[in-house]
Design a binder for this molecule. Structure first.
Ligand SMILES: Cc1cc2nc3c(=O)[nH]c(=O)nc-3n(C[C@H](O)[C@H](O)[C@H](O)COP(=O)(O)O)c2cc1C
Length: 415
């Protein structure tokens, strides 16, 4: 997997002011510069699965947007051709969403890397990952179930969501989203920071550290992250396994702001937040062909803010699910005092505007994929498998048989 986050190129056909602004923000052209062309310019959606009665599929409006994007995916070039189809949707996107949409609940396994620092020196069986503290760092895998909440900037519509929504028809992406709680263990793993072994489960200090054992490391409290992850979806009805590898970026409600990122705003108040938004923005794209969308003429001129997107993700969840951000801290022994009587199981959540506890704890996580592995076992006699690697603009295919589709290389491999 390439670790490089490349500036995201844009479709040449997109001449809107939005496209220009995204280019500026992504650092491809400076604000005020000319374009190359010379113009100046549910309440039922579950977070943790939930019962069959509150399961939600990606809604029709989502498919409507997919249809628009399909038109941008079609140009294919081979290893020797260099013409770019910059800004096209990822070639795996439509099929992936079709499969995930058909799942009873769009659950996936999220794997991360945990780095545990030992102050007492390590045994020879430990793999050292360096570590600046003088101790050894043990690197071990973690995996858990999460729920896919749609692609970033392309949230499934939940009619019961009363939060203010970002305008449709402005941005889209190939970046899967899930939601989580800052107090969970995965948080230092998403940031790639080390945790102290004394805070690990089964140790005397376990659960007392907060913020996933990172000893309230300030780095994990706000927006940030960027550590490697893999998200694995087994879509049994289609007999296809999808593995999306990339980096995960965490967005915190408290440091996201109302700035219009389509007009060049940073989208966040903290430096880490600005950096995080910029990284995500590099892989967002304006919705192409927006004139075919009846809403888009008026909608696309409205501001699009990161804060609004985070708040809307919260209210896309059921009230019971929203209440879980007021749970006692995940992973803490129940015999330890919770320390805040507002933290209880079984509460119903409202909106992030009204709920300061949920605002502190709620996080939206955006996965930026660099590599996708699609393994299709629907024909028992002829399993098929494809690797998709993110190349960025003007990338050349590297694998024998590899074809460049938009910003990705696609190659068929043996299953
Ligand atoms: C069906 C199902 C869906 C879940 N969805 C999520 C989710 O979307 N986000 C999340 O943080 N945890 C989710 N969980 C809980 C996680 O699997 C895990 O137990 C929790 O996040 C703590 O993990 P950690 O200690 O590794 O951070 C889900 C669990 C189940 C069983």
């Amino acid at each position: 997997m390439s670790c490089l986050i490349r500036p995201r190129p844009l479709p040449p056909s997109t001449s809107s002011a939005t496209a220009l602004r995204v280019k500026q923000i992504a650092g491809q052209i400076a604000p005020g510069n000319s374009t190359p062309g010379g113009n100046n310019s549910s309440n039922t959606a579950p977070r943790n699965g939930g019962s069959s009665s509150n399961r939600t599929r990606l809604s029709r409006p989502h498919h409507h947007q997919q249809q628009q994007q399909r038109s941008t995916t079609s140009r294919t070039r081979t290893m020797s051709t260099s013409s770019a189809t910059a800004g096209a949707a990822a070639p795996w996107r439509d099929l992936f969403l079709e499969h995930v949409d058909a799942m009873p609940s769009p659950e996936f396994s999220l794997s991360t890397i945990r780095k545990v620092r030992s102050g007492r020196g390590a045994t020879s069986s430990r793999s050292s990952a360096g570590g600046g503290s003088g101790g050894q760092v043990e690197v071990t895998p973690r995996v858990r179930t999460c729920v896919f909440r749609g692609m970033w900037a392309d949230m499934p519509v939940n009619p019961k969501n009363e939060a203010e929504r970002n305008p449709a028809g402005v941005f889209t992406s190939d970046l899967p989203v899930f939601t989580t709680d800052v107090r969970m263990d995965k948080m230092p793993e998403l940031f790639g920071v080390e945790v102290d072994e004394d805070a690990e489960p089964g140790r005397a200090g376990a659960g007392a550290a907060g913020a996933g054992g990172a000893k309230a490391d300030e780095k994990v409290v706000g927006s940030g992250g960027g550590a490697p992850v893999e998200a694995m979806f087994w879509v049994k009805d289609s007999m296809v396994q999808w593995r999306l590898r990339g980096r995960a970026y965490v967005l915190a409600p408290e440091d996201a702001d109302d700035g219009d990122i389509s007009s060049g705003a940073d989208g966040a108040s903290s430096e880490a937040g600005k950096k995080t938004v910029k990284t995500i923005l590099e892989r967002m794209r304006p919705v192409d062909g927006s004139s075919s969308n009846s809403n888009s003429n008026s909608e696309a001129t409205k501001p699009w803010s990161v804060r609004r997107e985070i708040y809307a993700h919260f209210e896309n969840l059921s009230p019971g699910m929203r209440g879980t951000w007021r749970n006692p801290p995940s992973g803490q022994p129940i015999d330890l005092p919770v320390g805040d009587e507002r933290l209880k199981l079984g509460q119903k959540g409202d909106s992030l505007v009204k709920d300061d506890l949920a605002r502190q704890n709620f996080r939206v996580v955006v996965i930026v994929p660099e590599f996708v592995d699609r393994c299709d076992l629907s024909d028992p006699a002829r399993g098929r498998r494809w690797f998709y690697s993110f190349l960025g603009s003007d990338g050349q295919a590297k694998s024998p048989g590899g074809q460049v589709e938009g910003e990705w290389e696609k190659v068929e491999v043996w299953p």
